[in-house]
Write a protein that binds this ligand. Structure first.
Ligand SMILES: C[S@@+](CC[C@H](N)C(=O)[O-])C[C@H]1O[C@@H](n2cnc3c(N)ncnc32)[C@H](O)[C@@H]1O
Length: 291
């Protein structure tokens, strides 16, 4: 399976940097709408329960659109991860928060301890990943999330007619080396969540406003955001149950030993099932030993 997200996004940022001043390049690399979309994202996660002293992880933080909107919260601990160093450096520079971290992470692993984060955001990132990569990331997010914590992510939604234009433009770019624009069917999210033991708390459709603005703000082109607004993309809110402390493996643990697994679980020997697939799909939930 070919993975493109790192190379494709780095190429996109280099192209932007060669054609525009740094600020512009950094803001356009993540889709523009830098200031007001940052505020919209912040208001959304406040409504989802963000507290002033939370630890927040922003996966695919880009050039700091959300971080910039949060930087006045003195007791908030923010960790941003991304695959593009230029974007991370810019986010760090505009936030000026020595106590915050901006970390490069390129292998769908999150360099944080289990059960250590209150809330995870991931805006317009699964948009650029294969579904299998999204699933692996969700398992990793679940691992670092505290029980009761939430994952808030946005996605391009097959059910929304307004998103069809993006799909159509993918067809024009089909042979180009540009970041993937992946769509997700909300039903797929429900199935992934079942396998990952995550609760789907809400799926907000991108075409019916779901963020309440306590005060009006102006967008880049003078448009007003007030009352109930939307980011355009649909948003899903997942919750790790209070009772969930165990890790769920989306991929095999590094110390998984096939031979040992078969020795320890003799009922699998003649079952015709691939032992690795067996462990991922059911063995781990039956607490089967593997080394
Ligand atoms: C459209 S931008 C959104 C940035 C930010 N979340 C925001 O809303 O402003 C997508 C971001 O995802 C990052 N990205 C792509 N693949 C990633 C991955 N596997 N892990 C972390 N970040 C990734 C890109 O480098 C880029 O910064």
């Amino acid at each position: 399976m070919k993975k493109n997200f790192e190379g494709d996004y780095n190429r996109l940022v280099k192209n932007k940097l060669s054609g525009a001043d740094k600020k512009n390049a950094m803001e356009q690399s993540i889709g523009g709408n830098f200031h007001h979309f940052g505020i919209l994202q912040r208001e959304l996660i406040r409504q989802q329960g963000l507290k002033g002293d939370d630890v927040i992880l922003d996966v695919g933080c880009g050039s700091g659109r959300l971080a910039n909107a949060l930087k006045e919260m003195p007791n908030l601990t923010y960790i941003g991860i991304d695959v593009v160093q230029d974007l991370l450096d810019y986010a760090d520079e505009i936030c000026q928060r020595d106590d915050w971290s901006f970390i490069k992470a390129t292998d769908l692993k999150i360099p944080l301890d289990d059960n250590s984060v209150d809330i995870i955001t991931c805006f317009s990132v699964f948009t650029h990943l294969l579904h299998e990569e999204t699933y692996v990331y969700l398992a990793e997010m679940r691992r670092v999330l505290k029980p009761g914590g939430k994952i808030v992510f946005s996605f391009l939604d097959f059910l929304i007619p307004e998103h069809w234009g993006v799909f159509a433009s993918n067809l024009i770019l089909i042979n180009d080396q540009v970041p993937l624009n992946q769509f997700i069917d909300p039903q797929a999210i429900r199935i992934w969540s079942q396998h990952l033991r995550l609760e789907v708390e809400n799926i907000f459709s991108g075409n019916s406003p779901y963020i309440h603005m306590s005060e009006a703000i102006e967008g880049e082109n003078g448009e007003l955001y007030q009352g109930m607004v939307t980011l355009g993309q649909s948003v899903c809110v997942l919750r790790k149950l209070e009772s969930s402390h165990e890790t769920i493996h989306a991929i095999l643990p590094t110390n998984f030993n096939v031979q040992k697994y078969l020795e320890l679980n003799p009922d699998l020997e003649d079952s015709g099932v691939d032992p690795e697939v067996h462990y991922i799909t059911c063995g781990q939930f039956e607490n089967r030993q593997y080394n």
